[in-house]
Design a protein around this ligand. Structure first.
Ligand code: F3S
Length: 427
């Protein structure tokens, strides 16, 4: 790889041992990927604070510096960790104090994470603690080079914001935060950002649920390719695109899609393909929609619902407000739990607007930082859960060995209040 004088200096220790280890990691990583050079980034979203048994052991041996060196820098030396060189944030991690006692999630993990937050925030890591950093102030601009983890955030960053990131890992983001560099390959290169496949919706995509289902189909069809999506698409909002992108990255590995007239790099369908021939469209019609619906509901048998999970990816303030509106004056079924996952910053606004009070009065919980899939924890005794998230319906049955129902927000609230799944099958 070609390195600048500044990068060579970092590699050779001009900015200290940790930066040297970070640069060494990026050079090895970039060379393995075939990158010709590094690119500057001033926007890193990674994970340092997520607790794990391995991390707990490393912290016991040598403190957080040791854990960061091994896990985030692939370095076995004893080094001091300086302040991050560029703006860096913590994505979702484990459950925080607000989940204590609600699930079998260990108190020791909550305490370890809290300790990590103090250590890393002192080093310039903004503890956003969400899979949706773009909802709470980390909003990169078009063309900006980023180093982000979390598949649902990566696809939003590339496709909705028009910024540029690959799906990074704990080590590459750990090194990027200390250096302000990331290998220049994949989605950073303009020529790698054009669409490769075309999907056309022949059924109306007009609700949050329909956007998630279309996303699930698109991901299944194109896997890791770059789809352009056209057809009967109602103007989406942030939540629709958040759900759509997360679903494409669940059934497949989509990191970048184009929706002509909506996504920044695709003012037209022709622009999405960069002047290349537009391929024949694969269609998403009633039959394909039915397949998605049945797949996402293929792991539900008992209609007795004991857990309802909303907010995957983490709910926007508007979503929390809508949940509160639906629950106002109602009570959850005695055997059913409801968790609403949202970023901590939005939880503060939900508190201020009274939404949390309404949801709590109904018997639900507004939780932050994590989710059942990430922390592998649900209310004790959960056997059947319901969700409006295609991503959570896909993953949670395999992670926790429970049954799943997927439907609209109204159907999920109905399940929370009645304890029964009465999801409608719209043809
Ligand atoms: Fe976020 Fe968990 Fe869903 S981390 S995207 S709420 S699986």
């Amino acid at each position: 790889m070609k390195l600048t004088d500044e990068e060579l200096g970092m590699r050779d220790g001009a900015e200290g041992d940790a930066v040297a280890a970070a640069m060494d990691l990026l050079i090895r990583y970039g060379a393995a990927l075939g990158a010709e050079r590094l690119v500057d980034t001033r926007n890193v979203a990674g994970t340092m604070t997520q607790p794990s048994p391995a991390k707990a052991k490393l912290v016991e041996e040598g403190g957080w510096a040791r854990a960061y060196a091994v896990i985030n820098l692939d370095c076995d030396k004893d080094i001091e960790i300086p302040r991050m060189k560029v703006p860096t944030c913590q994505l979702q991690h484990g459950f925080g104090k607000d989940a204590a006692g609600l699930t079998a999630y260990p108190d020791s993990s909550i305490a370890l994470q809290s300790d990590a937050e103090s250590y890393f925030s002192e080093r310039g890591v903004n503890i956003l603690a969400t899979c949706t950093p773009y909802q709470v102030g980390n909003l990169p601009v078009r063309g900006e080079h980023c180093a982000w983890m979390e598949s649902s955030a990566v696809v939003y960053c590339n496709s909705v914001l028009g910024a540029r990131t690959n799906c990074e890992g704990a080590a590459s983001t750990g090194a990027a935060g200390l250096t302000g560099k990331i290998p220049y390959w994949g989605n950073h290169l303009p020529e790698n950002r054009f669409a490769t496949d075309l999907i056309r919706a022949d059924v109306e995509i007009d609700t949050f649920q329909e956007w998630g289902m279309l996303g699930y189909f698109v991901g299944e069809q194109v896997q890791e390719a770059r789809p352009a999506v056209t057809g009967l698409l109602r103007q989406p909002d942030l939540s629709d695109l958040k759900h759509f992108g997360a679903a494409t990255a669940t059934s497949g590995g989509v990191e970048l899609y184009h929706m002509p007239g909506i996504t920044p790099e695709a003012p037209t369908l022709e622009a999405a393909f960069g002047g290349s021939t537009v391929p024949k469209a694969r269609t998403y019609g009633a039959r394909e929609r039915r397949w998605v619906y049945e797949t996402l509901n293929g792991q539900g048998q008992s209609t007795d619902v004991d857990f309802v999970l909303l907010g995957c990816p983490h709910a926007s303030l508007d979503q929390v407000a809508r949940i509160a509106e639906l629950l106002d004056g109602r009570r959850l079924h005695s055997g059913t739990e409801l968790w609403v996952m949202t970023p901590g910053a939005l939880r503060t606004m939900a508190d201020r607007n009274g939404y949390t009070r309404i949801i709590t009065a109904a018997g639900g919980h507004v939780l932050t930082d994590s989710c059942p899939a990430m922390s592998k924890a649900a209310p004790p005794g959960t056997r059947v859960f319901a969700t409006d998230s295609a991503k959570q319906a896909h993953y949670l049955p395999a992670i926790l060995g429970i049954e799943a129902w997927f439907g609209t927000l109204d159907e999920c609230i109905d399940a929370a209040v009645t304890g029964r799944w009465r999801g409608d099958l719209r043809p």
